[in-house]
Design a protein around this ligand. Structure first.
Ligand code: TRP
Length: 368
């Protein structure tokens, strides 16, 4: 069976380093591993509209930002199809049929949707489109017969829902093999699973103003790291410090490698030694923060430089999206045809049915 990746992001803002360690970095590795037959990376504008219906301009303007972030981290249009969700109309048609396979109660149990409904204060006025977006996400994934979906932890309920829809579809219609059950691929490092904001809050989010963006300048990054939340009990350099819940150390867990010590902080062999010194006391926050800035810069500087180049060539970026979208449409159209034929809603191609019905009426007329 072919190995196929499908994943994507809502274009509601520029992507940040939480997206990077949570999924983007992995996607690039998978892309370059050569182990996948097809790769589809989707800008989920239609999904973004499910909770931004009154602000389509925001979604529209952020498509280019996300596309620039994709290209600048190293997603390569020669290897990965980058595309825009709303332009693959087949996805909405699939959603319409999948809706029959899911109950309202099942959607209400989805923990991610539950949390989002609370966060957005929808209360009793939840838009139907928003409520049903997990079904649309199942279409996104199954339309490409994706086997592998690299995403962050918050997407786990969506993949589970997708797997249920696949099983239900396959057992109800066709030969039992029309759709493919996808596997989620989560980051293997705890710090990457859920990178906190610079203020130490559980999640990096634009509305909390605690993000470091891939497109931030070197100055922005420095400023943000220098004002980062650490251990509020670590007042004097000589005090013992806590590393649990200490954002600077969590970021180091996500980004630093032993080579970084040899290069920038040769008094320590690795992160464990640095942590031990901090816990013992005698290591100041500023020294650790300066090291983190260097580590981040090593990763972000080339991304920033590549972004610059693509920013000078916006027309090219839209060409890339257009080509990717064409490839995505071709694939989704094939799956939709398979789905409709499994459901037997392919009337015009079903010559057997047409002949059988003719024979039935012929019989009927004979008796009359
Ligand atoms: N829900 C994802 C997010 O909020 C975006 C998305 C839409 C997606 N469809 C998808 C991710 C399919 C993976 C697979 O970022």
């Amino acid at each position: 069976m072919s190995k196929i990746i499908l994943t994507g992001d809502r274009p509601t803002g520029r992507l940040h380093i939480g997206h990077y360690v949570g999924s983007l970095r992995r996607r690039v590795e998978l892309q370059n591993s050569g182990q996948f037959d097809e790769i589809y990376i989707m800008i989920a504008d239609a999904q973004a509209l499910t909770d931004n219906m009154d602000n389509p301009e925001k979604v529209r303007e952020n498509i280019i930002e996300v596309a620039l972030d994709y290209l600048s981290v190293g997603l390569d249009p020669e290897k990965s199809n980058l595309f825009i969700q709303s332009q693959v109309v087949e996805l909405t048609e699939l959603t319409f049929y999948y809706m029959n396979l899911v109950t309202v109660a099942r959607l209400q149990r989805n923990p991610t949707v539950k949390a989002e409904i609370q966060m957005r204060k929808f209360e009793n006025s939840i838009p139907v489109g928003f409520f049903t977006y997990p079904i649309s996400q199942a279409s996104d994934i199954t339309a490409f017969k994706a086997t592998t979906v690299p995403v962050g932890e918050d997407q786990e309920p969506m993949i589970e829902q997708t797997r249920e829809i696949v099983r239900k579809f396959n057992s109800t219609y066709g030969d039992g093999h029309t759709l493919v059950e996808p596997e989620i691929l989560l980051p293997d490092n705890d710090a990457c699973l859920r990178l906190p904001g610079t203020d130490g809050k559980a999640k990096m989010s634009k509305s909390l103003g605690n993000c470091i963006y891939l497109s931030d300048t070197q100055q922005d990054v420095k400023k943000k790291v220098m004002s980062m939340y650490t251990d509020p009990g670590h007042l004097k350099v000589s005090d013992p410090g806590k590393i649990e819940g200490n954002t600077v150390f969590i970021y180091l867990d996500a980004f630093c490698r032993d080579e970084h010590f040899a290069k920038y902080l040769p008094d320590y062999a690795n992160l464990d030694e640095l942590k031990a010194h901090y816990q013992r006391g005698g290591l100041g926050d500023v020294k650790v923060k300066k090291f983190l800035i260097k580590v981040l810069e090593e990763e972000l500087a080339p991304i920033r430089a590549r972004r610059r180049e693509y920013e000078n060539n916006i027309e090219y970026v839209y060409e890339v999206l257009k080509k990717g979208t064409e490839a995505a449409r071709a694939k989704a159209a094939q799956t939709l045809a398979d789905v409709k034929s499994a459901m037997r809603i392919n009337y015009f191609e079903d010559t057997e049915m047409i002949q059988r019905q003719q024979a039935y009426f012929n019989e009927l007329h004979k008796k009359q």
